[in-house]
Design a protein around this ligand. Structure first.
Ligand SMILES: [Zn+2]
Length: 486
């Protein structure tokens, strides 16, 4: 006997297993090995046709959603105006400020989720709350129904599979399963989809670095997911606190989030310390795995069958020319709870290729994640993104690779202008620091297109300000009074 939801014993509870048509979901979003042989290798025309079909389905959901009804009507858009993906630019974009307003006016989660009420929705389907990391401002709330939550781990599993993870592997995950998606996505991706045993040690705050290393050697861990800063820390802890070179682990691969490592220095450093390839990914709590490197590591493939990315000019909102930097704007096909249609992530991206990759896929490829556009500082007419300091800071081995930008307003003769001080940490054993400050200032001027002041600090001095936990770093501190901000 089965209940209304089809659960055994006539259960009336909204059981996860019975709240969802799993076969239809995997038909729509193929499992990693099937995906790698099918959709991922489709022609550009076939991918576009699929995106068009899914976009029109999402639009149907959008027109029933009070958040989009209001947003689109304000912009003068009528249902008949959007007939295909080619018309997407007629829809207005929105960003996290709009989400905050929506959640403030209709607490706690706003009109965007699209249900009559959370309590009524929970009578027939499970829901999970996740939030963004809060690198800038208050974290964003995102609700996940079964499809959204499953996609979160299926997307991660697809990326890991294409990066070489296989059944029988053992993956250590030094990220805490918390309000952040990442730890969950990797754990479930390994466990539910790949036949990989996940070891969920949590961040360094949950399991100390020395113990992380001990667990890895004891269990025979051969794959890792972690942030760059923590991977460097683990290599050091292994050597100094555990007495073994981390390379003795024989790690097969590391999946990570390299950020704007445009010259590959950060990747090269981790790879040489660990003796294995490192793969880059891009994701957010709204989209899950948004883009990933394949085995070629020649740009991050957008997850084209589950979402549609546009890259728009940060000021005009118009599409940028291929190869130019702009805001990533996303329309998500797998979301019906909290549908996501032309959401401006304010993450900076750059298309590197729409051509076929050496792996055989036509899925478009973007550069590494280049930083947050709302972290921008305008210096003498030039837009400066604090994340863009990475290649310069890492260009001299005497730095620890850590930095923090501090934006100030200087008032002179009744006129104000913004200035940026870049604090750069130096290694305790760096030896002579002669010429380092001048080198960094010259290099930053070349990279950023404008002069900034560099101040050197000792190892670990930026820790309390720059470290947001989980290996995520804050790169900008505002010392500008809000009323003077340009
Ligand atoms: Zn590829």
């Amino acid at each position: 006997m089965r209940g209304v939801s089809g659960a055994p014993g006539g259960s009336q509870l909204p059981t996860y297993r019975y709240s969802f048509d799993w076969d239809a979901f995997y038909e729509r979003y193929p499992l990693p090995d099937v995906f790698a042989k099918t959709v991922f290798l489709w022609s550009p025309e076939r991918i576009r046709a699929l995106q068009n079909e899914r976009f029109l389905e999402v639009m149907q959901v959008g027109w029933k959603n009070p958040f989009y009804q209001a947003l689109w009507r304000r912009a003068g858009v009528e249902p008949g105006d959007i007939r295909s993906l080619d018309d997407i630019a007629r829809l207005p974009t929105y960003n996290s400020d709009d989400l905050k307003t929506d959640q403030h006016e209709h607490p706690p989660f706003g009109l965007l989720p699209g249900y009559a009420s959370l309590q009524s929705h929970l009578q027939h389907a499970p829901v999970k709350l996740q939030t963004s990391g809060g690198t800038t401002g208050k974290p964003r709330n995102t609700l996940h129904g079964t499809a959204e939550w499953e996609w979160n781990s299926l997307g991660a599993a697809r990326a890991m599979y294409l990066q070489g993870v296989r059944p029988g592997d053992i993956m250590q995950i030094p990220a805490t399963c918390s309000l952040a998606n990442l730890g969950w996505a990797i754990y479930k991706g390994c466990h539910d989809y790949l036949g990989v045993m996940p070891i969920t040690t949590g961040s360094g705050l949950v399991t100390a670095s020395r113990r992380q290393i001990e667990i890895a050697f004891d269990a025979g861990v051969n794959c890792w997911m972690s942030f760059p800063e923590y991977l460097l820390r683990l290599a050091q802890a292994s050597r100094e606190e555990f007495g073994r070179d981390i390379r003795e682990l024989g790690t097969k691969m590391i999946t990570s989030f390299l950020g704007p490592d445009t010259e590959g220095t950060l990747r090269a450093q981790i790879e040489s310390l660990w003796g294995c390839p490192v793969y880059d990914n891009y994701g957010t709590n709204e989209v899950g795995e948004g883009a990933f490197e394949c085995a070629q590591r020649d740009g991050l493939h957008f997850m084209e069958d589950a979402m549609y990315f546009e890259i728009l000019d940060t000021e005009t909102g118009q599409p940028v020319a291929p190869g130019q930097v702009g805001n990533l704007v996303v329309t998500v096909f797998h979301r019906t709870l909290m549908p996501t249609i032309r959401f401006n992530l304010r993450d900076l991206g750059r298309l590197v290729s729409s051509q076929q990759c050496a792996c055989g896929s036509y899925f478009r490829r973007m550069d590494h994640f280049l930083g947050r556009s709302d972290n921008m500082v305008r210096l003498r007419g030039v837009n400066v993104y604090p994340m863009a300091c990475l290649p310069a800071v890492r260009s001299d081995p005497r730095t620890t690779g850590e930095w923090l930008c501090e934006a100030h307003t200087v008032v002179e003769d009744g006129r104000s202008r913004d200035e940026l001080i870049v604090y750069v940490e130096t290694r305790a054993n760096a030896g002579s620091l002669d010429g380092l400050q001048a080198h960094l200032e010259n290099r930053l001027k070349a990279d950023l297109g404008v002069s900034v002041e560099v101040r050197l600090t000792g190892q670990g001095q930026l820790d309390t300000v720059a470290n947001l936990g989980e290996g995520k770093a804050r790169r900008l501190v505002e010392k500008r009074p809000a009323y003077l901000k340009v």
